[in-house]
Design a protein around this ligand. Structure first.
Ligand code: NOJ
Length: 583
């Protein structure tokens, strides 16, 4: 590839550091035409909710033309809108509505793979001589006739699918309807850059890049791909370790930056499973990297028995000390060298209040605590739709009630091929399944929570009568008002954006406490964030090496405590405090 990429690219404006991003999963946000599927006019109709929340940027999950095998993460036309979401005119109206409110729009860019119904793939699979053949990744069987590698796809089965017309396999890291694009081919890369320019020229403000660290595959010298190490005898092997952070990743992304991103004023975040802090630093370095920030996954894997590589389904309770170690490593590693994204929630993850808090008695308190915990850190915070209401996980009685391809495939393989107990498999889906986050948004206590006048594509969480935006807007103590206050604070206190992070009490099993410090010496501003990750009443004592005698109570999820908030202070269940310290 082109070796002319400059060593130092243009550093960007960094407005995105001060921003708070709100993620919309369009299928589940607001339906306006009664088909049970959220749509673009629905988003436009709800922009006041976002403006009142105070967010700066929307990340919109895919709205492009798609057969919806993976709810739009399988794109059949990168330049058109799926009819169930609306028209291009609806898109333009939505974008104008956002911009009129000072809200920017970040599109989902899904270019590790396309849909098998994309015109490129239809052509590519027709013949080895077709000009589009090299847009995808093809391999002959092994000499014994078996698939080219032993890799398991993210949604189960082999990553390889046989293509009769050309007599070879194609690679798909996700479903067989999501063939991987071949980034080694400069013509493919040029097509992707054109797609990006198309949307940027329409006025969008950036991209969230789907599994972007998978685009460079680890080719052997002879063009073959290596088998994965065997960690599960008799089965296919985990493939993500083989394809994440491949050898040409930074090179490809720097080329994208040089050819596209540096010509616009954008916000970019790359989804990066298995990313390490070294890769995070490298990819988000403002001079020599390529993206503003990454979605790393280490903190999302702490409640899985197998950790990062073992898969997410075997769950275990979170040990708070693990969370401290992980978050702190990322906070420290990227300080001054790159930038963190801050998230606990998105369309692939269970609801944080159910996962890390208490979604029963202390739902409101723990949802508010988690918000303070996250937004107090250095990085750009992301709020996923419904998180600002404290929406919870769901447990539908039957697998028939679920829609997510990942959960459905896993259930089938686990029960039919591996003989697992269906009740245990359902318990995993309740804890970790993606439909937890995808149930329709709760707008009010009316029919279907105000989401649709038709039949919703996925059932609602039955608790919408208690948890919904209309009720929350009326209640000044709601999770929603808490998010509004927290987001507003970040705008006026630069210490929350730029302050240095330091962990306190690393070994405490219930209290997560840290400071943020802006400036040095006597004029430094220092804030303390104290979060009780339990329903108990642990006592907080500020460590002696943090010089502070008094404090201002900036925000909490209970009224200010009586007495000394810093020393010998019992915390209330799931309490969080944001305090400004004075020496
Ligand atoms: C990550 C997306 O967030 C997820 O929803 C999707 O299934 C995969 N990438 C494949 O595109």
């Amino acid at each position: 590839m082109n070796q002319t990429v400059n060593q130092t690219l243009n550093p960007r404006h960094d407005w995105w550091k001060q921003s708070v991003v709100y993620q919309i999963y369009p299928r589940s946000f607001q339906d306006t035409n009664g088909d049970g599927i959220g749509d673009l006019p629905g988003i436009t109709s709800r922009l006041d909710h976002l403006q009142q929340l105070g967010v700066d940027v929307v990340w919109l999950s895919p709205i492009y033309a798609s057969p919806q095998d993976d709810n739009g993460y399988d794109i059949s036309d990168y330049r058109n809108v799926a009819p169930e979401f609306g028209t291009m005119a609806d898109f333009d109206a939505m974008l104008a509505g956002m911009h009129a409110r000072g809200i920017k729009l970040m599109m989902d860019l899904v270019v590790n793979h396309s849909s098998d119904e994309h015109e490129w793939f239809r052509q590519a699979r027709s013949s080895r001589d077709n000009p589009y053949h090299d847009h995808y990744i093809w391999r002959d069987p092994k000499p014994d006739g078996s698939p080219p590698t032993n890799w398991e796809a993210a949604f189960n089965g082999s990553v390889w699918e046989w293509n009769e017309p050309t007599g070879e396999y194609y690679l798909h890291m996700f479903s067989r309807k999501q063939p991987d694009l071949n980034w080694e081919n400069p013509a493919l890369r040029a097509e992707v850059y054109d797609v990006m320019r198309f949307w940027l020229d329409k006025g969008v403000d950036g991209f969230r890049m789907d599994v972007i660290n998978m685009i460079s595959k680890p080719w052997n010298a002879d063009g073959s791909l290596p088998d994965a190490p065997v960690v599960r005898e008799g089965f296919l092997q985990p493939s993500f370790p083989m394809t994440c952070n491949g050898p040409r990743l930074l090179e490809f992304l720097r080329e994208m930056r040089e050819q596209v991103l540096d010509h616009y004023d954008t916000i970019t975040v790359g989804e990066a499973p298995l990313a390490t802090i070294t890769q995070g630093r490298e990819l988000t370095n403002p001079e020599t990297g390529a993206l503003n920030m990454l979605f790393q996954f280490e903190h999302m894997d702490l409640d899985s028995v197998g950790g990062t590589v073992g898969g997410k389904w075997a769950f275990k309770p979170l040990d708070l000390r693990d969370l401290k170690a992980t978050m702190t490593r990322w906070q420290e590693a990227l300080a001054g060298q790159g930038w963190n994204s801050l998230y606990l929630s998105n369309h692939d993850q269970p609801r944080p209040v159910s996962r890390f808090g208490d979604d029963g008695r202390y739902r409101v308190e723990s949802a508010k605590m988690l918000a303070i915990f996250l937004h107090g850190m250095q990085g750009t915070p992301y709020v996923y739709q419904g998180e600002e209401l404290g929406m919870t996980n769901v447990a539908f009685p039957s697998i028939e009630d679920y829609q997510d391809i990942e959960s459905l495939n896993m259930y089938r393989v686990a029960t039919e091929e591996r003989g697992q107990d269906p009740a245990e498999v359902m318990a995993s889906i309740y804890a970790k399944g993606r439909d937890n986050a995808r149930t329709p948004m709760h707008w009010n206590a009316g029919a279907n929570a105000g989401f649709t006048s038709g039949t919703p594509w996925l059932k609602l969480n039955p608790n919408f009568a208690q948890i919904n935006a209309a009720q929350a807007a009326e209640d000044p103590d709601s999770v929603l008002h808490h998010y509004r206050r927290l987001i507003a604070m970040r705008r006026v206190h630069p210490v929350l954006v730029h302050g240095r992070y330091a962990l306190l009490l690393p070994d405490h099993a219930q209290i997560y406490a840290y400071t943020r410090t802006l400036g040095t010496g006597d004029s430094a501003e220092r804030w303390l964030i104290v979060c009780n990750f339990s329903g108990d009443g642990p006592v907080f004592d500020l460590p002696a090496d943090v010089a502070a005698s008094t404090c201002d109570w900036m925000l909490g999820n209970y009224p200010p405590c009586e007495g000394d908030a810093l020393h010998g202070s019992p915390l209330r269940p799931w309490e969080a405090r944001m305090l400004r310290l004075h020496a």
